[in-house]
Write a protein that binds this ligand. Sequence first.
Ligand SMILES: C[S@@+](CC[C@H](N)C(=O)[O-])C[C@H]1O[C@@H](n2cnc3c(N)ncnc32)[C@H](O)[C@@H]1O
Length: 254
Amino acid sequence: MQWDPTQYLRFTDERLRPALDLLARIDAATPTHVIDLGCGPGNVTTILKQRWPAADVLGLDNSAAMLDRARIAAPDCRFAAADFGTWQAEKPIDVLYTNAALHWLGDHDILFPRLVGQLARGGTLAVQMPAMHNEPLRAAQYDVVAAGPWAAALRGVGSAQSILTAGQYWDILRPRCKTLDIWETTYLHALQGDNAVAQWASGTSLRPFLDALSGDLRDGFFAAYAELMGRVYPRRADGSTLLPFRRLFILATV
Ligand SMILES: C[S@@+](CC[C@H](N)C(=O)[O-])C[C@H]1O[C@@H](n2cnc3c(N)ncnc32)[C@H](O)[C@@H]1O
């Protein structure tokens, strides 16, 4: 999947809000090793550095385009290429922060114990993931895939899979943590501009489908999805488009 940092950052304020809400809940005074796992364009990584200026803040991602942008956004942080599935920390981590990223990899029953196992004593795992898989924003993508001349080209193409339930994360993490806090928040994003919901999805969940198409097929697929999103999430009288967006937060200390 090809990430486009510019498209992703088009809705910076909306995407930043849960990142800041998660950060505000972390109770760590002077961590030494801080990781931003799936750091993307680095605009959150630089905020982690502002919160803990003395810490070594390392952003990790498997997108070269995102890492290039991150190095510009956060010159006082370190960045490296890594994949969630295989990454192993060099040293025990004091704060392992990961915003809007882990849902891109499956097998969370294996991944989460591995992440917790890399924390230093007293360390914190802080996670935020979208929980939108059953909402029209995500579910309708597969309806549109199946209903157009692009269907053959998109056979076998999929986006991020469903995350687990809050209860399942509780059961995985509770035996491994000293404290555990899990909560959900639904943000009512007031998006601006034409085809706002389709543009939002083009920065993230719609990308695998767009990447697999080109030319008229790509344009037609995007137009069909945008038209459907326009009906499901209509523009309000002031021009805003309201997108209810549920997110799952996990804060664990060991
Ligand atoms: C939606 S962006 C979130 C970026 C940033 N954390 C933020 O809050 O804005 C998801 C990021 O996860 C990265 N990512 C997805 N799967 C990954 C994997 N298996 N290993 C490493 N990074 C991955 C993508 O490259 C992308 O930069």
